[in-house]
Ligand binder design. Structure first.
Ligand code: HMG
Ligand code: MG
Length: 298
């Protein structure tokens, strides 16, 4: 049973997932300001950037400058994406202490996003996890396309379970299950989560919904009912993956905070400060916030 005081950890992915798909290059100073503003709202985890190939994602080319430039807050974690050893070494050179590797449940998406089959990707992550263990660096694992793939369509739940289990067995302390293209619906999302929880403890799982079909908040609610206590979100619903055509933004952090309040969960985030940050970012990007809560507070 859920206790009224249950704490939900929000993993804010706006500075990484939120910005990686932006066509116009955003100034490094603005990325740093975004991370600092988010950390000041009470969010305990702010995914800061991605040490990926700048040829693949030009927006993340300044990962080292962004990470180094952030005035770190005591108690806040600033993980970064790392696709391979080269990314790991770049990240370590600027003092990163938490990383995330990212794989997929669909072969076609794995090839499109990281230029590797699922098996090759796991082989590529192995030395990263070994190095991280040696260095005392925490590693999170993402599994993309858990409810559908832009190339292959349906993704069998068994494939999600297999990849999640493999990443957990390799040493990832938490597995984030990503509906990359935002096609999931609540019952399907819950069934997928519960299937994975049969092999990886629920306490080591997180959910990551994109909102393409407007189902993301409902999906998060269903997964919270099923027992998940870590939710990824991006301020004002920014985001999308450059290698998942047609996918829209992440579920908005403002909307998740409102949902958690309504469901009686604690989260430690100051909603008004978050709304202000969402407005600041929306003004920077020159468009309206995708967060319903943010718009309603106007
Ligand atoms: P590749 O082309 O096969 O790699 O890409 P390579 O090893 O052949 O290297 C190609 C070039 O990139 C070389 O440069 C390398 O040095 C360089 P060159 O010799 O041609 O000058 N390179 C790097 N440079 C800097 N940092 C690095 C790095 N690695 C290689 N780490 C690779 C393979 C994995 C590198 C590439 O496919 C890649 O970077 N992909 C990342 C794509 C990405 O960032 N996607 C978005 C994040 S995932 C996501 O959004 C989903 C998620 O949100 C969950 C969900 O929603 O489902 C997490
Ligand atoms: Mg994503």
């Amino acid at each position: 049973m859920m206790a009224a005081t249950d704490f939900v950890r929000i993993v804010e992915v706006g500075p990484r997932d939120g910005l990686q798909n932006e066509k116009a290059i955003i100034a490094t100073a603005d990325k740093i300001a975004l991370i600092e503003k988010l950390a000041a709202t009470g969010l305990g985890t702010v995914e800061a950037t991605a040490f990926v190939s700048p040829k693949w994602v030009p927006q993340m080319a300044d990962a080292a400058e962004v990470f180094s430039g952030v005035a770190k807050r005591e108690g806040v974690r600033y993980p970064v994406l790392v696709p391979n050893l080269q990314g790991y070494e770049r990240a370590r050179a600027v003092g990163v202490t938490e990383i995330a590797v990212f794989g997929a449940a669909s072969e076609a998406f794995s090839r499109a996003n990281i230029n590797a089959s699922i098996e090759e990707s796991l082989t590529r992550f192995a030395p990263v996890l070994e190095a991280a263990k040696r260095d005392g660096v925490a590693v999170r694992g993402y599994v993309s396309t858990v409810l559908g793939c832009p190339y292959q369509g349906e993704v069998p739940v068994a494939d999600v379970v297999r990849v999640a289990k493999a990443l957990h067995a390799m040493g990832c302390y938490e597995i984030s299950l990503g509906d990359t293209i935002g096609v999931g619906t609540p019952r399907k999302a819950r069934a997928m989560l519960e299937a994975v929880a049969g092999e990886v403890p629920m306490a080591a799982l997180a959910v990551h919904f994109h909102d393409t079909y407007g189902q993301a908040v409902a999906n998060v609610a269903a997964c919270l009912e099923a027992g998940v206590r870590v939710v990824d979100a991006a301020v004002s619903g920014t985001g999308g993956c450059p290698y998942a055509k047609g996918a829209s933004g992440n579920v908005a952090t403002e909307d998740i905070v409102y949902l958690l309040d309504g469901m009686g969960f604690t989260h430690g985030v100051d909603l008004e400060a978050l709304v202000d940050t969402g407005r600041w970012l929306s003004a920077l990007l020159g468009r309206e916030s995708m967060s319903k809560v943010n718009r309603a507070r106007r």
